[in-house]
Design a protein around this ligand. Structure first.
Ligand code: SF4
Length: 425
């Protein structure tokens, strides 16, 4: 069946349905583990606990920033929310509809409302297709418009993202990185989605282009009433674009609150360390502030530290932190933190209470437990295992291939094609 193309939502800044601020996506105890396999028989010898019991909500019309170091699980969380990875356990509800148990056809229908913009604009576009074919692919798969109507819609989308429609017959390699990312965004908004996961959409771009893409995303949000989960490791960008921010460490959310509270009054030691690394473009302020440099690698997600996962790097760690995992608790309105001692640490002055290294002026932040076994990065075997995780490049977004390598247009087998991990014993 062919239906008429829908025009973009008018430039009112209003959301298509429901009230701004109510919950659009609810993530409840989401867990995503990948098996670690070894040997000729590829026996499972462990689990990479990429996302471990994570709960938060994304509100309609907002931008929720999700930040953390590389390997903390933020991209995996974004993909598990969209069901590109089928979660190991937990729930994801979109406007109250459970996604984790949805059938393939239900998921295909839901994908009209949920899209993704990828980090790498070079790998995420099929180099053998023209721009017109790339942008119109979701329309084709969802039987939206055909012939001239589809061409009109593609031109409209290209204009919307700041590209000249006359370029629609060109191939991706003829475009710069920023222009390619615009093509990826045009594809993502082709079906008029409500929710878009922006998975580090600017980190592969030149600094001079980053601001343009961020401004474009903000402009589209205003015009189309979009809701974003904005995944990034650049805290300056997250501060610019986000309404609220969630901080992730080793598969767990450690702090979540409004942008203002997080940047003005971070309560979790890990957030303090992250923020202290952001340069401030004011030499006077920069000279006065106390940097907090974390030592050691992020521990392996295969064998995460007991209790609080940050205790092997936290300068405030105590015996209780090793034994007892801190829950993510609301400590003030709209501010949730996972730390046993957030109150004491902040009463004592946070990073100001730490001794300073004379050579650098930075706070000494070694944990008393930093020499524990888990204080090592991922092994090569574990990294290989992750690379062999669900074949994402074969997964499809709203029918459009994620990778330029695949020509398949059938997303019917999405969930079956993924190596869905079984819940660990
Ligand atoms: Fe974790 Fe303890 Fe440090 Fe809080 S004080 S972040 S609970 S290690």
């Amino acid at each position: 069946m062919t239906v008429t193309a829908t025009t973009p939502t008018p430039a009112t800044g209003s959301t298509p349905a429901g009230a701004r601020g109510d919950t659009l996506v609810e993530i409840d105890r989401l867990t995503m583990f990948f098996p670690v396999r070894q040997g000729i028989l590829q026996r499972r010898v462990g689990w990479v606990r990429a996302v471990d019991d994570v709960s938060f909500e994304v509100r309609r019309g907002e931008t929720l920033g999700l930040v953390g170091e590389s390997g903390c699980g933020k991209s995996t969380a974004g993909r598990a929310i969209l069901q590109l990875y089928r979660p190991t356990s937990g729930h994801v509800r979109f406007e109250g509809t459970e996604l984790t148990t949805a059938s393939t056809s239900e998921l295909r229908r839901m994908r009209r409302n949920m899209q993704i913009v990828f980090q790498d604009p070079y790998a995420s576009l099929n180099s053998r297709l023209t721009v017109a074919a790339i942008v119109s692919e979701p329309l084709e798969i969802h039987h939206i418009a055909s012939g001239r109507e589809r061409t009109r819609r593609v031109n409209e989308l290209l204009e919307l993202v700041g590209l000249d429609p006359s370029m629609s017959s060109r191939f991706p390699h003829e475009f710069s990185g920023g222009q390619r990312q615009r093509i990826g965004i045009a594809r993502a908004i082709a079906l008029n989605p409500q929710f878009i996961v922006c998975d580090e959409p600017i980190s592969a771009l030149d600094v001079s282009i980053q601001a343009q893409v961020v401004n474009l995303l903000q402009d589209l949000q205003e015009r189309l009433g979009l809701t974003y989960l904005f995944i990034a490791h650049d805290l300056s960008v997250v501060r610019h674009i986000s309404d609220r921010v969630a901080v992730m460490y080793l598969g767990k959310i450690v702090e979540i609150t409004t942008r203002q509270l997080l940047y003005d009054r971070p309560l979790h030691p890990y957030t303090m360390a992250l923020l202290s690394a952001v340069p401030i473009p004011d030499p006077a302020v920069e000279r006065q502030r106390r940097r907090m440099i974390l030592t050691g690698d992020v521990p392996s997600p295969v064998n995460p530290p007991s209790g609080c996962r940050f205790h092997t790097r936290c300068p405030f760690a105590q015996e209780r932190c090793r034994a007892e995992e801190p829950p993510l608790s609301e400590v003030e309105t709209g501010h949730r933190v996972a730390c046993h001692f957030w109150s004491e640490i902040n009463e004592a002055g946070g990073t100001r209470s730490l001794p300073v290294m004379p050579q650098t002026g930075a706070a000494v932040v070694a944990s008393p437990y930093q020499d524990e076994d888990q204080g090592e990065g991922m092994t090569e075997e574990e990294e290989r295992s992750l690379q062999g995780a669900p074949p994402l490049k074969e997964a499809l977004i709203g029918g459009a291939p994620i990778s330029g390598e695949t020509g398949s247009r059938d997303d019917a087998g999405l969930s079956e094609s993924l190596d869905v991990p079984q819940k660990p014993a």
